[in-house]
Design a protein around this ligand. Structure first.
Ligand SMILES: *[C@@H]1O[C@H](CO)[C@@H](O)[C@H](O)[C@H]1NC(C)=O
Length: 494
């Protein structure tokens, strides 16, 4: 039979969502619970609270608390019923919790996402929510003090991985160990490295010819858009929702970002084995002589360009100004807010080592911040917010008892910790060829040998940090492991 490959996918791109839940592997039905936490942790006299949601699976409880940290998405019970978190819970005897980040999902401090309330949407407030949560779970108020002396481990991927590392940095008395998969640790305004890694992944899995063909297609596309009937032709070829206004730079940037670079970002961040080579077959098809048509053929076949590509910047703005929690763009509004005041991380084309020319400039994102939220959210605010974030967390220092995994072809990996930051109590595993958030999947859920080996190391190291058991494979002296075996990129018969 075919072994099902459950490659866990990304967050932190345009269309953020929860990593796809793993296959359930528990007899328990998780329970949903709520805790009142402070709205503003940093003002002692302000005692307002809101309800924070979490899931619990206590099937394996003996002595430990494990928390799968929710990021910029709505939580579902899936991540307390399977995945590497549950494997670790089984091994160390832990109750597995899954916390929802303030403002995302059902954890709503206000009735809507108006800018006035978003001032409480920061990572430092979210970390303090987690701290209050841990203190509560360990108190006599929760289950008669059952967890009073429990050790606490955190697991997170992507932004939630950053949160796991930063919890250990900010609250070492509450967090005994943390595992971050693919967590960025440095805030940065312009993030050109993102598309560089996308290009590198395409080169290594799809070949140099594929990368060259994309660049040729982009050159043809830009030239075509500058001709008189070009915009109508391109709009037709790429199935845009309306005719591109080629004289409006913000509309052009919208087309190139939503339509082109984000589509490639999705390909690489989500890549299942074989996906990139399959895309490259279309992108280099010898039967289609027009390179722009080859690009259009692939772009319009992708699920995230359906039903049509929005190129009207004004429409994008209108969608993201909607302050209803039920608006389809609510999560992106919230995440964009965090990028505008705390992180940046704008995936521009400012590097020359990527095939998308200069189609998505940094100014595009500056405009978004101002237009979604107000002219107050300008570049000065962004830069001072990024400095603030890096003062809090961006020193590049890895606290002890933190295990980190980075994917060698994860476009987020340039924002992860540097190899030199690793030390024996903060091991760093770099898995070549794999993408974003791949290491939080259950043991044996992929055929990627090195990834499975790294997951086992992570379980060993977390077990050691949490309950002090030294496992055989943790005895290895290297604290940076660079997996050397070739990654198997094909489905395998079993
Ligand atoms: C905002 O989104 C909600 C939910 O989709 C919708 O009902 C409402 O009409 C939208 N508001 C505006 C002003 O477009």
């Amino acid at each position: 039979m075919w072994l099902l490959l459950l490659l866990v996918a990304p967050c932190l791109t345009l269309k953020t969502h929860e990593p796809p839940p793993p296959v359930p592997n528990t007899r328990n039905t998780p329970s949903e619970e709520w805790l009142d936490v402070r709205l503003n942790h940093f003002m002692a006299f302000d005692t307002d609270t809101f309800k924070m949601r979490y899931y619990v699976n206590s099937e394996f409880y003996r002595s430990t608390i494990l928390i799968f940290v929710g990021g910029e998405w709505e939580i579902s019970p899936g991540w307390v019923t399977g995945g590497l978190g549950l494997d670790l819970a089984r091994r160390v005897g832990a109750t597995l919790f899954y916390t929802e980040h303030r403002f995302y999902g059902q954890t709503r401090p206000f009735n809507d996402t108006s800018v006035s309330g978003l001032r409480f949407l920061t990572v430092d407030q979210a970390l303090a929510d987690l701290a209050q949560f841990i203190q509560y779970i360990k108190s006599n108020d929760y289950e008669n003090g059952r967890y009073r002396d429990a050790k606490v481990g955190l697991i997170g991927c992507s932004y939630a991985g950053s949160m796991a590392t930063w919890m250990r940095l900010a609250y070492p008395h509450l967090v005994d160990a943390a595992f971050s998969d693919s967590g960025p640790l440095f805030a940065q305004e312009d993030f050109p490295e993102y598309l560089e890694v996308i290009a590198e992944a395409i080169r290594s899995q799809g070949g140099e010819a594929c990368l060259n063909s994309i660049e040729t297609s982009m050159e043809g596309l830009v030239q075509l858009l500058a001709t008189q009937n070009g915009p109508a032709t391109v709009s037709n070829m790429f199935n845009t929702c309306s005719t591109i206004s080629a004289t409006a730079p913000l509309d052009l940037a919208t087309f190139f970002w939503y339509g082109i670079t984000e589509t490639f970002a999705y390909l690489v961040q989500y890549a299942n084995p074989g996906d990139i080579p399959a895309a490259c077959e279309v992108l280099t098809a010898s039967g289609v002589s027009d390179p722009v048509q080859r690009l259009a053929n692939w772009i319009t076949s992708q699920p995230w360009t359906q039903p049509c590509i929005e190129t009207r910047y004004s429409q994008v703005v209108e969608n993201h100004r909607n302050t209803s929690f039920d608006s389809p763009d609510a999560v992106m509004r919230l995440w964009t807010y965090q990028t505008c005041v705390e992180f940046g991380w704008y995936q521009t084309t400012t590097s020359s080592r990527q095939p998308f020319l200069s189609t998505v400039p940094l100014e595009y994102f500056h405009e978004m911040c101002k237009d979604f939220f107000s002219s107050y959210f300008n570049e000065d605010l962004l830069r001072s917010g990024i400095d603030r974030t890096n003062i809090f967390f961006g020193g590049g220092h890895l606290p002890d008892r933190v295990v980190t995994v980075l994917g060698g072809q994860d476009p987020w990996s340039p924002m992860g910790p540097k190899a030199a930051a690793a030390h024996p109590l903060a091991p760093l595993h770099i898995v070549p060829g794999v993408s974003h958030c791949m290491a939080i999947g259950a043991l044996d859920s992929t055929n990627i040998t090195e990834l499975e080996a790294v997951k086992r190391r992570v379980l060993d190291q977390m077990t050691e940090f949490l309950i002090g058991e030294t496992m055989a494979s943790a005895a290895s002296s290297a604290h940076v492991s660079m997996a050397l075996l070739a990654i198997m990129l094909a489905f395998i018969h079993v």
